[in-house]
Design a protein around this ligand. Structure first.
Ligand SMILES: [Zn+2]
Length: 303
C-alpha cells in the first residue's frame, strides 16, 4: 500500500486532556517521524467507553494543534473498528490460536497471575466469557524486542505471561489486540510510546507473528512521574497542558527528552522551537529513567 519508509502514530485514549506526560510522548513520536521525513498519524484509542468521554477527543486535537503537532491525514478511531477486531478473533480461533475462557480474575490472581489454560479445551460456558490467545510452549515464545531506547529486551512469554486476553469479559477488546491490528492496518513502521508499554511489547510481537504481520521498530520513552514516583495520568488528575503556554511546554518537554534545547529558544515561537527540535532530534539521547517534574524545573512555571 505504501512505499513510505516511516509511518508513525500518536495514539491517545480520550480519558482526559493531554497532560505533560502524554504531550512528551506525542512530541517524541512527532519529532522522530518528522526527522525521517515520515508521516505522523493520529489514532484515537476509544475502546473503553466507561473510562472515556468523547468530548476529550476534540480537546486533544486542539491541544496537539496548539502545540504545533499537526498530524497527517484522517483521524483513525478504534471505536469504528469493532467488527474488524471480531473478525480477527474468529480467524485466530479458527486457527486454534485463541479460545474462550470463563475464569474470573480472582482465580487467576490466586494462582499467581499467569493463566493456567484451564478453559483451553472447554466448549460449554455459563455467563460472560473472555477470549485468550493460546501461548503453547515452544521456541517461538522466546521474544526479543530491540528497543531504540532500552536495547535488547528478552522475554519468554510462555513463562512470564501465558495465554493473554484479547477480548475482555465485559465485551471490550484488549489494547494488545486493537493496537497490533491497527498498526498493521495503518502500515505503521515505527512506534514511539511511553515505557509503561515496554513489558507488553513482547506479547504484541508474538501476536504480530500469529497474524503474519510485519514487524515494527519500537522506542519506549520515559514517563513523567510525581514525587511518589507515580506516572502522571488522567486517573491521577494530572493537570492538562495549557494551550497558552505551548511554546514553553514544548521547550520543557525537549529538556525532559534530553534534547538540550538552547536557552535562547525558551519563549521563542513554536515554529522556531519545533524546527530546531526536528533538525536536532536524537533518539539516542532520550533517557531510560522516568523523569520527575519536580526535578530542577517546577511544573508550576508551566501551568
Ligand atoms: Zn478460563
Amino acid at each position: 500500500m505504501s512505499l513510505l519508509k516511516y509511518i508513525g502514530r500518536f495514539a491517545p485514549s480520550p480519558s482526559g486532556p493531554l497532560h505533560l506526560g502524554s504531550l512528551v510522548c506525542a512530541l517524541a513520536s512527532y519529532l522522530d517521524a518528522k526527522k525521517s521525513n515520515g508521516v505522523w498519524l493520529l489514532r484515537i484509542e476509544d475502546l473503553d467507553p466507561p473510562r472515556e468521554d468523547a468530548r476529550y477527543i476534540s480537546t486533544i486535537q486542539r491541544q496537539l494543534d496548539m502545540h504545533g503537532l499537526h498530524w497527517d491525514g484522517e483521524i483513525f478511531h478504534q471505536s469504528n473498528r469493532l467488527a474488524h477486531y471480531q473478525d480477527i478473533l474468529e480467524e485466530l480461533k479458527q486457527k486454534n490460536l485463541a479460545y474462550d475462557c470463563e475464569c474470573h480474575r480472582k482465580r487467576i490472581k490466586e494462582i499467581g497471575g499467569i493463566y493456567d489454560g484451564r478453559c483451553r479445551r472447554k466448549t460449554k460456558f455459563q455467563g460472560d466469557i473472555s477470549t485468550r490467545l493460546l501461548i503453547a510452549k515452544n521456541d517461538e515464545t522466546k521474544i526479543l524486542v530491540t528497543d531504540r531506547v532500552f536495547g535488547d529486551i528478552h522475554q519468554d512469554i510462555y513463562e512470564c505471561v501465558g495465554d493473554f486476553i484479547l477480548k475482555r469479559r465485559d465485551g471490550f477488546f484488549s489494547y494488545q489486540l486493537a493496537s497490533v491490528v491497527d498498526d498493521e492496518q495503518q502500515q505503521i513502521t515505527h512506534v514511539v510510546r511511553g515505557n509503561d508499554l515496554l513489558p507488553v511489547t513482547p506479547r504484541q510481537k508474538y501476536l504480530q507473528k500469529c497474524l503474519n504481520y510485519r514487524s515494527l521498530k519500537y522506542a519506549h520513552i520515559p514517563l513523567i512521574v510525581n514525587q511518589n514516583n507515580q506516572k502522571l495520568s488522567k486517573q491521577r488528575q494530572a493537570p492538562a497542558v495549557r494551550n497558552e503556554d505551548a511554546n514553553k511546554t514544548i521547550w520543557y518537554a525537549l529538556k525532559i527528552l534530553n534534547q538540550k534545547p538552547p536557552s535562547y529558544l525558551f519563549g521563542a515561537s513554536l515554529n522556531q522551537i519545533l524546527s530546531w527540535a526536528v533538525s536536532n532530534w536524537d533518539m539516542s539521547s532520550v533517557p531510560r529513567q522516568n523523569q520527575s517534574v519536580l526535578n530542577g524545573q517546577s511544573l508550576k512555571n508551566f501551568h
